[in-house]
Design a protein around this ligand. Structure first.
Ligand code: GLA
Length: 373
């Protein structure tokens, strides 16, 4: 009898352990059948930026287990999708869209108007700078063609990306868009997108949104667009953050301030670099070769991830999506920025696609006062 009881309790113990992942000591064990999208089901969709190649790799299983939203990392940007006037390259964008449809993931479109990754022909006509009229017509043609193709399939678009300047005493970035068209290109881009798909949510998207100075400029832009009746639905906070910023008060006040706009907020490009934040590309210097994911780096990153998700849950009424920029630490744009070739580890999954310790923290809602149910 005693042996039978012992065998039964051993069996019960083995059954009660989640398969495939060790229990986290002192925490709720992680369940390998649930992903971020399930933990956050009552909060917001959780998304990831992808390349078409990733969807045919071993990362695909991770995507389907963890996420319910995707953003094409590059495939829908103006340069890749519209390389020559009147010639579009749809293959990569179409394949991401088809994958999202087949697997019932939401799709965010990224992006329609930006100063980077713009095709060279866009700003030139007959060897001279293009006129305002022609440039606005080109912008309209581009936005109409791209938004129309994915009408009803892409639920939200980043319409204008990074129009605000990083310089403290400058409001808007002096991009060719601004220099040739003046400020109205921003409102026009939203109007063109709305005309092409009146059902799509339209976002303004920017980075360094936690800086008190830039935050106010972004606030001013979005508020002005709303007041002018421009069809803007929301603000995208890129959230390219690091182990030393933002602080909890800085992020809390950022989310509070932007909530006053009365538009949807989405975290659109989240990653937490394990290096202190730097805003400009630079050459490697001594010390940069130390790229190991040390326990010290890991602990600092855990704290920022935990703090950020605690606050995302606090602002659940305003935040309608959180998207990570890249899938796992295997590949990140931060491996080449600010220092080319310096390996970073900015995501929740390691290079072997395993959940990092930070994962347990962002899915453990105890003590934060913002419960799953
Ligand atoms: C910006 C853009 C993204 C991406 C990242 C870094 O944030 O919005 O599309 O290019 O930079 O890769």
């Amino acid at each position: 009898m005693f042996l039978k009881l012992l065998a039964a309790s051993v069996l019960f113990f083995a059954w009660s352990l989640p398969s495939g992942c060790p229990p986290v000591l002192g925490k709720t064990p992680l369940d390998s059948t649930r992903g971020l999208k399930d933990y956050y089901a009552k909060y917001f969709p959780v998304g990831v930026a992808v390349s078409p190649r990733a969807l045919h790799s071993d990362e695909a299983a991770l995507i389907l287990r963890e996420f319910n939203s995707m953003t094409p990392e590059n495939a829908m940007k103006m340069g890749p999708i519209h390389p020559e006037e009147g010639r579009y390259f749809w293959r990569d964008a179409d394949s991401i869209m088809a994958y999202a449809q087949r697997n019932h993931l939401r799709l965010r479109g990224h992006n329609l108007c930006w100063h980077n990754q713009t095709p060279a022909w866009m700003f030139v006509q007959d060897g001279k700078p293009v006129s305002k009229e022609v440039l606005l017509q080109r912008l309209k043609d581009h936005i109409t063609a791209v938004v129309n193709r994915y009408k009803g399939q892409i639920y939200a678009w980043d319409v204008v990306n990074e129009a605000v300047s990083d310089k403290p005493d400058e409001y808007l970035r002096p991009s060719p868009w601004l220099q040739i068209c003046g400020e109205e290109y921003i409102a026009k881009a939203f109007q063109y997108a709305h005309e092409a798909d009146p059902g799509a949510q339209l976002f303004y998207n920017d980075y360094n949104e936690i800086s008190a100075v830039k935050r106010e400029k972004i606030f001013r832009l979005v508020k002005g667009l709303k007041e002018a009746g421009v069809p803007i639905s929301g603000l995208g906070l890129q959230a390219h953050w690091a182990v030393n910023e933002p602080s909890a008060p800085q992020l809390d006040s950022t989310l509070k301030r932007f909530s006053e706009l009365g538009v949807k907020l989405q975290i659109t490009e989240l990653d937490i670099s394990v290096y202190p934040k730097e805003h400009n590309a630079r050459a490697a210097r001594p010390g940069d070769e130390d790229t190991a994911f040390s326990p010290v780096k890991e602990q600092k990153q855990i704290e920022v991830f935990k703090m950020a998700f605690d606050l995302f849950r606090k602002y659940r009424r305003n935040i309608s999506g959180v998207t990570f920029w890249n899938i796992s630490d295997r590949n990140s744009w931060l491996d080449n920025f600010p220092v080319r070739g310096r390996k970073d580890h900015p995501l929740l999954f390691d290079q072997a696609l395993q959940r990092k310790r930070a994962y347990a923290e962002v899915t453990n809602f105890q003590g934060s006062g913002h419960r799953a149910d």
